[in-house]
Design a protein around this ligand. Structure first.
Ligand SMILES: Nc1ncnc2c1ncn2[C@@H]1O[C@H](COP(=O)(O)OP(=O)(O)OP(=O)(O)O)[C@@H](O)[C@H]1O
Ligand SMILES: [Mg+2]
Length: 355
């Protein structure tokens, strides 16, 4: 391998070096993986023919000696679109000047991010539009003779209040999500005792459970050592999971929460606190489980909407757990119920007390 070959092998993007006759002098393994036909019979000619506009770019860089940057879209056979930079690096290793270095920056990641942003805005608009459409329909009706009918008026005002609650929930969930995303890991400098957090979460959700005729029991096994984190975020995680268990369990259903220390037999592979929330609801099909933490994903949209749900609760849970270096495990059997378990690593200087 020549000197330029050794140097470009150390770079984290595909790189190809060519001479003045457009012959390949060196390419790194990332370039070999991205453009597999470079090593085949067609070699560089076949490569050039697949990337529209690349050859004229190389020739113009040879002519004027300037660095050129352009977006290129391979015709077929290559996986990604690239931003390509061509730089004249002069003479190397006894190869006379100019030597051109082509660097390829994969654009699929930024394209994916763009698609995500567009999808997110479309989802938010859709979620806001449906309650707005409903409210404007009710307002229109009430502007007519229906305003005189007390029963109709009361019913419509009730429905309007429900739609307003939906929009309020959506906005506060969106705010929580953006706040969680904006916070940095270094914020996790405080020790948090989980017992009071669990107790507060139960206190906050008991009235909801009573409203829907569900029972809620809690078991805290042994002394729970402290973890590093933010108390209000951890409270949000537990409230979201408890509310889901209440909303999606069967009539007169039962929710059981268990908290204990877990000695490394968990996805984190270290001593952790585990809190599991088990319900006896209708359960979730295995194929749905991987999507539950995606924003706006709901198994049964109309049921979730009826509960004032926005489909953001588990996305918020997931983000908070990632920041806490924790994990969420979802187990479910259709017809029997679901268990959502969170694992949070113990603070480094915490000792496990025998229970
Ligand atoms: N315990 C559960 N049992 C059955 N399905 C559940 C359970 N928890 C969540 N789900 C399903 O996962 C979906 C996503 O839950 P998530 O908490 O993200 O949103 P949501 O409850 O619909 O709305 P919200 O933003 O108000 O929490 C729910 O709509 C529901 O279909
Ligand atoms: Mg929810």
């Amino acid at each position: 391998m020549n000197t330029v070959g050794k140097i470009i092998e150390g770079l984290a993007v595909p790189v190809i070096a060519v001479n003045v006759n457009l012959q390949v002098l060196a390419l790194n393994s990332l370039a070999e993986q991205a453009f597999t036909d470079l090593k085949d019979t067609g070699g560089f000619d076949s490569f050039l023919s697949r990337i529209t506009g690349l050859e004229p770019l190389l020739l113009s860089t040879l002519d004027d000696g300037k660095t050129t940057t352009a977006k290129v879209k391979p015709k077929a056979g290559y996986r990604s679109d690239y931003n390509i930079t061509i730089k004249n690096i002069g003479a190397i290793d006894g190869v006379e000047s100019p030597v051109l270095l082509m660097t390829f920056e994969d654009r699929s990641l930024s394209n994916d991010l763009k698609a995500m942003r567009i999808g997110f805005v479309a989802n938010v608009s859709h979620e806001i539009r449906s309650p707005l459409t409903a409210i404007s329909g009710f307002v229109e009706t009430l502007q007519g003779p229906a305003i005189e009918d007390v029963a109709v008026r009361e019913r419509f005002l009730g429905l309007m209040a429900k739609e307003v609650t939906r929009m309020t929930n959506l906005v506060s969930d969106l705010l929580s999500l953006s706040q969680v995303e904006a916070k940095k890991r270094r914020d996790l400098k405080n020790k948090v005792e989980m017992r009071p957090v669990i107790e507060q979460a139960v206190e906050a959700t008991l009235p909801v459970a009573e409203k829907w005729n569900k029972t809620l029991t809690v078991e805290i096994n042994g002394i729970l050592p402290a973890i590093m984190g933010r108390q209000d975020d951890l409270l949000r995680v537990l409230i979201n999971l408890l509310e889901n268990a209440i909303h999606y369990s069967r009539q007169n259903g039962h929710i059981h929460m268990v908290a204990c220390v877990d000695h490394g037999e968990n996805p984190l592979g270290c001593d952790a606190i585990s809190v599991s929330i088990k319900d006896d609801g209708e359960g979730i099909a295995a194929k749905e489980i991987p999507f539950l933490t995606q924003r706006f994903y709901r198994v049964d949209k109309s049921r979730s909407r009826n509960m004032g749900g926005t489909g953001l609760g588990l996305a918020i849970v997931k983000h908070i757990l990632v920041r806490h270096r924790g994990e969420l495990v979802i187990e479910s059997t259709v017809g029997q119920g679901s268990t959502f378990t969170i694992y949070l690593p113990l603070a480094l200087d915490e000792k496990i007390n025998p229970s």
